[in-house]
Design a protein around this ligand. Structure first.
Ligand SMILES: C[S@@+](CC[C@H](N)C(=O)[O-])C[C@H]1O[C@@H](n2cnc3c(N)ncnc32)[C@H](O)[C@@H]1O
Length: 217
């Protein structure tokens, strides 16, 4: 077993985190018991952050105590792995689908560092007072205006110098244009507010997705 980032391990070739809630699975992920601790396998095909890690992500901003705003939490799969890593930190998990929101609430009842916000990420002023200022904003929403959503949320809630991560899904923005053209348009839209630190093609894990790591100016 090798620790490759704070709280992230490589075990027999798979990514894993140490389970903060023993015996509680979020999507039937395999678990491993090692020296009295439980580890959960983090499948890159079920998580864009997991995919970015598998594709060699260098900037990893999550650590014990981090505060995180997560946009597009769905049923809480990736949130649960971040929850393992940040321990006493907090994840404010925004999701607007009532059905996914129900699963997210179930996950947050077991994991007390996840605060579910059943809300629309296009209107951050509705939840910004509850969230305050965070270290990291993570966005994975299928919306035409992925850049605008990131900018408006980060303006209100990301600390200056804080890290934003964006999984761009080209087809949600425009299915008629080549993905490369869409990616460069999104990067241009983000230029005034962020420095681009890293970009990763998610390759075989998520077709036509580009993962960006940005620092707020
Ligand atoms: C690809 S899924 C996210 C998967 C999740 N990030 C994970 O790795 O576990 C995208 C989610 O974003 C949600 N979503 C899309 N637009 C949204 C919006 N404007 N506000 C909040 N959630 C949104 C969808 O309902 C969906 O659950």
């Amino acid at each position: 077993m090798q620790q490759i980032y704070p709280g992230v391990y490589k075990i027999n070739g798979s990514l894993a985190t140490q389970s903060a809630v023993r015996g509680f699975k979020v999507h039937d992920e395999p678990t491993m018991q090692i020296q009295g601790k439980e580890y959960r396998e983090w499948d890159p095909f079920h998580s864009k952050l997991g995919a970015a890690l598998s594709r060699g992500l260098r900037e990893f901003p999550f650590k014990e105590g981090s505060s995180v705003l997560y946009l597009g939490a769905a049923n809480g799969v990736t949130c649960s792995f971040i929850s393992d890593i940040i321990g006493k930190g907090s994840i404010y998990a925004v999701e607007f689908s009532a059905q996914s929101g129900r699963d997210l609430i179930t996950v947050s009842q077991k994991r007390t560092n996840i605060y579910p916000l059943i809300s629309d990420a296009r209107f951050p002023e509705k939840y910004s007072e509850d969230v305050g200022q965070v270290d990291v904003v993570f966005e994975d929403v299928a919306d035409r205006d992925q850049a605008g959503i990131l900018i408006s949320n980060c303006k209100l809630m990301l600390k200056r110098g804080g890290i934003a991560m964006l999984a761009i899904k080209a087809r949600s923005i425009d299915s008629t244009l080549p993905p490369k053209q869409i990616f460069s348009k999104v990067i241009t839209e983000l230029r005034d507010d962020f420095d681009l630190l890293e970009k990763i093609d998610l390759g075989q894990f998520e077709r036509d997705h580009l993962f960006l790591v940005l620092r707020k100016k």
